[in-house]
Structures are given as structure tokens and as C-alpha cells.
Design a protein around this ligand. Structure first.
Ligand SMILES: [Mg+2]
Length: 174
């Protein structure tokens, strides 16, 4: 059960995600979480370096879509800034938002990655939908209370997963 939650990749930041890590896995599209993944939770703008990273991904031919549990009006505003479509009210960790994202990208699950900062939302939703999963560290510790509640359990599960991984050394699970 625990192994089911294991993300394919764990990175410090979305900025560390490179096309070279995705191509070997056949990934052609990304479903991107917004809050604490592309920007701080309370931030009204996306940092320049993240906008540059988005451009880089797009130039490499990857299809991009926001995938957020946030309300449509707020997510739509960021989707315009980022120049990509969006799925709001995704209800992660349920997989249905991922399915909507796949339809938006017009890609199958096995060619798409979900990228986010929460094991029990982004990664679990991606795993349930059969996607490649990338877990990044949250951009800032400022988070809503319901997210903070999940963090201790998340840290515990990640420690268990990483300890297990160290016994069987490998960086990318497929
Ligand atoms: Mg998030």
C-alpha cells in the first residue's frame, strides 16, 4: 500500500524538473499544481524564474495544464498569466480532475505527469489516474490549516518510502 504512494520523482523545486528526466519515461504533458508548487500559497503572482521554466518546458514541446483544487475564478487568472489551460476544483486526491486534465491535454495517462507538492493530494490523485508523479517541496511553509494537518503524516510516509528506496537504490520508479 505504501509503495503505491511512492512518487516517480522527488525534487526540491519544480525548477529542478528537466525535460531529460521526462523524455525517457515517454512524458509529453504535465498537469501542474499551482499553490506551493508554482507559487507561494498567498502569492498573487508567479515568480519570473517559474515563468521562464514554464516557457522552457513549452519550448521543449511539452503540453501543460494547471490542475488545482482551487476555485475556477482564481485559477483562471493564473492560467492566463501562464498561458496554459486549467482544471479547477479538481478534488485531488480523487483522480477525476486528472482525467479532465488528460482530456484537455489530449494525451493518455501513460504519457502525462502530475507535478505537485502534496503526497496525499497531487501524488495520490496522479497514482490513482495512472500518471507519472513528481513530488516537489512546498515553495513556502505558509499553507491553509487543512494542508498543515496532513504534513506530519506525509513526512512520516516519505521517510518510510525513502528508507525503503535506499535499500533498493534507484532514482526513478516506473
Ligand atoms: Mg499545492
Amino acid at each position: 500500500m505504501l509503495a503505491f504512494l511512492a512518487p516517480n520523482l522527488q525534487l526540491n523545486s519544480v525548477l529542478d524538473l528537466a525535460v531529460d528526466q521526462l523524455r525517457p519515461a515517454g512524458i509529453r504533458g504535465l498537469l501542474l499544481d499551482l499553490d506551493c508548487t508554482l507559487k507561494d500559497y498567498h502569492a498573487e503572482t508567479v515568480p519570473e524564474r517559474v515563468l521562464a521554466w514554464v516557457d522552457q518546458m513549452r519550448s521543449a514541446g511539452l503540453r501543460l495544464c494547471l490542475l488545482s483544487n482551487g476555485k475556477p475564478r482564481r485559477i483562471e487568472r493564473f492560467s492566463k498569466t501562464l498561458g496554459m489551460p486549467f482544471v479547477a476544483k479538481a478534488f485531488k486526491p480523487l483522480p477525476f480532475g486528472c482525467y479532465r486534465g488528460l482530456r484537455t491535454l489530449a494525451l493518455p495517462a501513460d504519457q502525462t505527469a502530475v507535478v505537485g507538492d502534496q503526497l496525499f493530494a497531487d501524488v495520490l490523485a496522479g497514482r490513482l489516474a495512472g500518471l507519472f508523479t513528481v513530488l516537489v517541496r512546498p515553495t513556502s511553509p505558509a499553507e491553509p490549516w487543512f494542508t498543515r494537518l496532513k504534513r506530519p503524516l506525509e513526512r512520516f510516509v516519505l521517510r518510510c518510502l525513502n528508507a525503503r528506496q535506499q535499500r533498493v537504490p534507484q532514482t526513478v520508479h516506473t
